[in-house]
Design a protein around this ligand. Structure first.
Ligand SMILES: Cc1ncc(C[n+]2csc(CCOP(=O)(O)OP(=O)(O)O)c2C)c(N)n1
Length: 377
């Protein structure tokens, strides 16, 4: 295994705050209220993910992917959007939703397995038209980027000035869809900003095994898409870089690609054990570069926040998370068969019919994989 210190990503990127919270660049023009909103969203993301982890351990949720230590990527970039813009997240951008006030109860109910119509029936609607429009988090990798480019092209043809923002992991940039999406974005000048959350690992595959290219940012070069490499643990740098890219896209300047350099400090998801494929030296290095500690140090030095404020906001966020979880727990379970509804096809495919028969076999208490002979199709 290559030594971590030999393959550490370079610090050759846009940065406003050093790891100790001191200023090394010009900060964006954000008022105290906006800075506090960013801080609160950081806290809400951490507290919500801690809660979700406990729920997963108790068996209330089957699987979650946390973003501990990577929150600044989603937070700083999503904060650069405006009401009416589109956001196409994956499973690792809890912070983008937190910033835009996405209701905790609906997210938790979905994670607990409730299907959308069941959620809609039992929980108040998400406030429409007031903020950024979020798609559900995508698990099939890179499909969100193709969809975001399509959405951006549609908005351009319609003559609106909305922008679409998509997130992609560095591992996912090896997928064909990623290149097809960026190619269309470049050719059609689509108002789309793609943020690559380079957290150094795609499950057990390290970034240096993912590509021979020096940076992920330069992948956009081949598609004629302007790109920038940013310190992903610096929320102000993420905000600044995305703000500029979004403004340019809104003004008709076309797409942009941002590589946000960060690190996945925890497991890929709760079905993973990173201890078997990487060493602890990495974790220590990145713990010292935590994005919340950095922002906290900066805001305290600037006199924007103090202990009392942080304590009050922490309590407020905990109460919001707890209330959301309790409402989610009241949502009844959906009929598992509902997962086969509402797909974009006429007749269900053979695969879908096969999976439905497997489910039914399981519900009858039979082993769906060995006992099922396909006769129920
Ligand atoms: C199209 C597709 N292929 C494979 C998978 C299985 N899979 C889920 S997450 C993952 C790794 C993704 O790594 P990266 O893109 O770096 O994002 P990260 O999870 O680190 O944020 C893989 C291979 C999937 N969900 N979708």
């Amino acid at each position: 295994m290559a030594l971590w210190s030999e393959r550490r990503p370079s610090d050759d990127f846009h940065r406003v705050l050093a790891p100790d919270g001191s200023l090394v660049g010009d900060p964006p023009e954000l008022g105290d209220d906006e800075l506090k909103r960013l801080y609160r969203s950081f806290l809400q993301t951490r507290r919500l993910e801690e809660k979700l982890l406990r729920m997963q351990r108790r068996g209330e949720i089957s699987i979650i992917a946390r973003s501990l230590g990577e929150e600044a990527v989603a937070l700083g970039s999503a904060a650069a959007l405006a009401a009416g813009d589109w956001c196409f997240p994956t499973y690792r951008q809890t912070a983008a939703r937190a910033y835009w006030g996405s209701p905790v109860d609906r997210s938790v109910a979905s994670l607990m397995g409730a299907e959308t119509e069941t959620v809609n029936e039992h929980l108040p609607p998400d406030e429409e038209g007031e903020g950024v429009v979020f798609t559900p988090p995508y698990v099939p990798l890179t499909v969100n980027v193709t969809n975001a480019v399509g959405s951006a092209m549609a908005d351009r043809f319609r003559g609106t000035d909305t922008v679409s923002l998509a997130y992609v992991g560095e591992g996912s940039t090896s997928e064909g869809d990623f290149h097809e999406a960026l190619n269309f974005a470049g050719v059609y000048d689509a108002p789309v900003v793609t943020v690559c959350q380079n957290n150094q690992w795609a499950i057990s595959v390290p970034a240096h095994r993912q590509t021979a290219a020096e940076t992920f940012a330069q992948k956009a070069d081949a598609h004629g898409v302007p790109h920038e490499r940013v310190d992903g643990n610096d929320v102000l740098a993420m905000y600044e870089a995305t703000k500029e890219a979004v403004k340019n896209a809104r003004d008709g300047g076309g797409p942009a690609f941002i590589e946000a350099v960060t690190y996945r400090r925890v497991e890929h998801n709760t079905a993973d054990e990173p201890g078997v494929y990487r060493d602890e030296e990495e974790a220590e290095y990145w713990a010292e570069r935590d994005p919340l500690d950095r922002f906290d140090a900066y805001l305290r030095r600037e006199g924007v926040i103090d202990d009392d404020w942080v304590e009050a906001v922490g309590a407020d966020v905990d109460a919001e998370v707890q209330a959301g979880v309790e409402r989610a727990r009241e949502v009844p379970e959906s009929d598992p068969e509902r997962m086969f509804d509402n797909h974009l096809h006429g007749e269900p495919s053979w695969t879908a019919r096969h999976q439905r028969a497997e489910l039914r076999a399981e519900q009858r208490g039979e082993n769906p994989f060995t006992d099922f002979d396909g006769s129920g199709l």
